[in-house]
Write a protein that binds this ligand. Sequence first.
Ligand code: UDX
Length: 458
Amino acid sequence: GFKPLKVAMIGTGYVGLATGTALAYLGHQVTGVDKDVSKIKLLRSGKSPIREQGLETLLALAQDRLFFTHSTAEAVAEAHVILIAVGTPSKANGEADTQFVEAAAREVAASLLPGRNYILVVKSTVPVGTNRRVAYVVNRVLNERGLAKEVTAYVVSNPEFLREGMALYDTFYPDRIVVGAREAAGVEMLRRLYRPILEQTFDPPPFLPRPEGYALPPLITTDPTSAEMIKYAANAFLALKISFINEIAGLCEKVGADVTEVSRGIGLDPRIGLRFLAAGLGWGGSCFPKDTAALLAMGQEYDYDLPIVAAAREINFRQRLRVVEKLQEALKGVRGRVVGVLGLSFKPGTDDIRESPSMDLVRILIDRGAHVRVHDPVALDNARRALEGLEVEFFQDPYTLASGAEALVLATEWPEYRHLDLARLAGMMRTPVLVDGRNLFDPEQARRAGWTYLGVGR
Ligand code: UDX
């Protein structure tokens, strides 16, 4: 049977809010903690500070069991499980900065009550060894309070694998749940926490039906250090899968092969798999760039080279320059040229522009003297802020953007771009050059519509 738990979620950022809301929907009593008082206000009124599919609906569905406060003590005292989901930003050397995790752990430890048992879960993506460090910090604070014998607090690693835009889907229907614990009680508590997901006994929210053929997710129990490594290895592998196909794409161009055919041809081998083999402008976002950098920094700390991960990052950066080279060749130089960029978010379905290859491309083009025009269905406001002070024109509509332009770059494969009237668009251009940075369009169709079409790897 299901026994609801009292849960404290420290940090109501992307991971904390999505996971916390899902746990409340499943029946637990969840209190989200954040230092940002304006965020707490917003959340208390039922609004989400982040754009994520279904999140506001789920907030409403779970509201009876979902609370928000800026006080760690208030959330923690009565809790059975305390999850830390605060940010771990990159330091200058690429290392993930764990100061917010440690500060949260200290504050949590200062609020624990004698005579109780707690499970403290590290959900943030943290360098290997952080779990041990958090356990140490918690014990030190408990010692200082003279409560080392009166309070049990076990620290558990529980990395997440959420995709932006699919965060709730990935929470309800994960491929696996990873728990790194030293004590059996830690594993048991997380098994209880995730039981409705592990056994799929919950009623799916109306907007997130259980996918057909979905198999129950395995619970991977391991030691904390391996759990921490799993998260980094997973993201690095996905990133290098994309970089690999991008490397092959470059060679496809030279020899006259089509990388989209190659992706399908190799991906149907289940050992390779079809997903994450879309060649293009490369990967961005809040995870792959940061986590691969952190992995390299970890290698450096232990005096161990990771040449594959390093190469994946280099190739990823090179992809942007290759698009610039294509423009340079097609336009006989980009200086003074009017170039339109379609799509600014790091992937479709989000307004997130963090580490977006497209934003980087915009900066490189400006740097090389092009007149850059940009459009995005939802990320325009974020981009305006990020590009402040640079000479760039913002457009609400792709056709207006195309008017008088000398080249277009499709940089983020928003579905709405697929439905653009390519002939009409070509008709607005001064010179109809299209660099399809995500292989969104059919080359033949684009050419028939009047474009000089340049894809990636075909
Ligand atoms: C990723 C992981 O998928 C997720 O498991 C982890 O928890 C966080 O990082 P996310 O950053 O939301 O999620 O984006 P994802 O959908 O994985 O895409 C990452 C980047 O790769 C995007 O910039 C996307 O455009 C790019 N990409 C993806 C490709 O260039 N080609 C592909 O075939 C797939």
